[in-house]
Write a protein that binds this ligand. Structure first.
Ligand SMILES: Cc1cc2nc3c(=O)[nH]c(=O)nc-3n(C[C@H](O)[C@H](O)[C@H](O)COP(=O)(O)OP(=O)(O)OC[C@H]3O[C@@H](n4cnc5c(N)ncnc54)[C@H](O)[C@@H]3O)c2cc1C
Ligand SMILES: NC(=O)c1ccc[n+]([C@@H]2O[C@H](COP(=O)([O-])OP(=O)(O)OC[C@H]3O[C@@H](n4cnc5c(N)ncnc54)[C@H](O)[C@@H]3O)[C@@H](O)[C@H]2O)c1
Length: 448
């Protein structure tokens, strides 16, 4: 006999919590399984602890610029242990609030992993069965490991949050979001950083802005080595050398971070036996309504092949609950305008098409508006590094199809522009809006 629910959710991360909580709000009897901490990657080993570290890094950078503009400063040393305690207390508070809310919503939370036994039943490791007409896979992803000699001498992003002290000299292998964000944060916090990139930095972002960011990262002292394929790690913990193809060696490092992408948690769920289709990388394939190839089984978040961002997982979970429990048969989330920010130094924000994508899609109909600027504070300090803003519009009405911003404040200013783009923003709308001066945001309104 199995206990019966209206909806079963595997995974209590951003996507799973969203689906479970919204379904319960709509009156469903929900069971939520997760063997790990409530909140998943974002809360425990992703966005939240990373952003806390980014804020600490910003303070260190502001302290440096403070000295440049005339503040009398002494050296600013981060009490790493105290910072970590405060950060982790904050995260524990989030988990506690989730637990309270789930309890109040009468959601049955089970702190164990489950796998699918059929399209309406899951089973735990102890063999207990639970059934429901709808099962949502929201099991997320984990950092990729490489089958490489000495891989264990380095750490994954999950472990970087557990460091007892900042490294002196860290190698970061990879060129994506995680690699670039930690390279910048660690550098600002005083570490020597080598960023070892197999091919390109931040593939998928606008090339011009990525290059402008790379220039700034290098001028902050980050050593970026491109086109280097690491094939082995040698040495012992705290004293690691990396071997690249062509006989090149990097190091010695007291820490190595492997930031080489993520792997969906779709293995070990019993999907193959049920015929749930996955792509080669293991992402569960879903349609616009989060349906998998098997009726009654759905998937949301990083385990799917959609953008791996918390707000995307949340939107997918909510829309799915709205459809399955709320009775809105056409509920799905609009993924045409997805903004995102790389929390680098300075941050890089992007929404819509890059110049390269816009040209491929619209050819000569694309208008490219690019501006370079040096923030006022930097000018006062005598710095000359340049930031870039870029706007892409198409057709006679000049509908905006892409906005890209590099510079201080990009992380906060982009959201409002994303709302406008979602509502059909045109070039003329920007031209007829009064700017706020002096700000970074006005650079987008002053483009020619
Ligand atoms: C370092 C880092 C920084 C990031 N920063 C940002 C950021 O700034 N902004 C942003 O938007 N995104 C960021 N992301 C991405 C974001 O964290 C993810 O997109 C988001 O957490 C995905 O949510 P999810 O619910 O799909 O999966 P997860 O949050 O990973 O949750 C999946 C859950 O499923 C559980 N689970 C696994 N297997 C089972 C099973 N068999 N049964 C039951 N439960 C199971 C896991 O324990 C986990 O708790 C970051 C990611 C990383 C790694
Ligand atoms: N600020 C944010 O919103 C934020 C921050 C972190 C992560 N994320 C999300 O999480 C996802 C995962 O981030 P990520 O940085 O782990 O992955 P990613 O896919 O962004 O980057 C992976 C990098 O690893 C490299 N790589 C892959 N295999 C390699 C190998 N064998 N040797 C050397 N390099 C190799 C790739 O070329 C790429 O540069 C992102 O795509 C993003 O959606 C978002």
């Amino acid at each position: 006999m199995s206990e019966r629910f209206d909806l079963i959710v595997l995974g209590a991360g951003s996507g799973g919590l969203s689906a479970a909580q919204h379904a319960a709000r709509l009156g469903a009897r929900v069971a939520l399984f997760d063997p790990d901490a409530l909140g998943g990657t974002c809360v425990n080993r992703g966005c939240v602890p990373k952003k806390a570290m980014w804020f600490a890094a910003q303070i260190a950078d502001m302290h440096r610029i403070g000295a440049e503009i005339g503040f009398e400063t002494t050296s600013l040393r981060l009490d790493w242990a105290r910072f970590r305690t405060l950060r982790d207390q904050y995260i524990a508070g989030i988990r506690h609030r989730y637990a309270t809310r789930l309890d109040m919503a009468d959601i049955r939370v089970m702190a164990e992993a489950a796998r699918l036994a059929s399209n309406d039943m899951v089973v735990t490791a102890q063999g207990t069965q639970f059934s429901a007409p709808h099962i949502v896979i929201a099991t997320g992803a984990r950092p990729r490991r490489l089958d490489m000699q000495g891989f264990e001498l380095g750490m994954l992003s999950d472990q970087i949050f557990m460091l007892d002290a900042p490294p002196q000299h860290i190698a970061i292998v990879g060129g994506g979001y995680v690699a670039v964000e930690f390279a910048c944060v660690m550098r600002s916090l005083g570490c020597q950083v080598d960023l070892l990139v197999r091919e390109n930095l931040l593939t998928g972002f606008d090339l011009e802005l990525v290059e402008a960011l790379a220039v700034q990262m290098q001028s902050h002292g980050i050593r970026i080595v491109r086109n280097t394929q690491i094939k082995a790690a040698r040495g012992q913990p705290g004293e690691v050398t990396l071997e690249a193809t062509g006989g090149v060696e990097h190091g010695i490092y007291d820490a190595v971070l492997w930031a080489v992408g993520r792997v969906p948690n779709s293995d070990d769920l019993g999907l193959e036996q049920l015929g749930v289709e996955c792509d080669e990388a293991g992402h569960v394939l879903v349609d616009a309504f989060q349906n998998t190839s098997v009726p009654g089984i759905y998937a949301v978040g990083d385990v799917t092949d959609r953008r791996a961002l918390t707000p995307v997982a949340v939107a997918a979970g909510r829309a799915l609950a709205e459809r399955l429990i709320g009775g809105h048969a056409d509920a799905k989330f609009d993924d045409s305008v997805i903004p995102s920010v790389v929390f680098s130094e300075p941050p890089l924000g992007s929404v819509g098409l890059t110049e390269q994508q816009a040209r491929a899609r619209y050819g000569d109909a694309v208008n490219v508006h690019t501006g370079r600027y040096t923030p006022l504070l930097w000018m006062v300090a005598g710095r000359s590094e340049q930031n870039v803003v870029k706007l892409l519009s198409v057709g006679e009405e000049r509908k905006v199809v892409g906005i890209h911003v590099l510079g201080p404040g990009s992380d906060e200013l982009l959201q409002g522009f994303a709302v406008a783009m979602q509502k059909g923003l045109t070039w003329q709308d920007l031209k007829s809006t009064i700017a706020i001066h002096p700000t970074a945001a006005e650079e987008l309104l002053l483009l020619h």
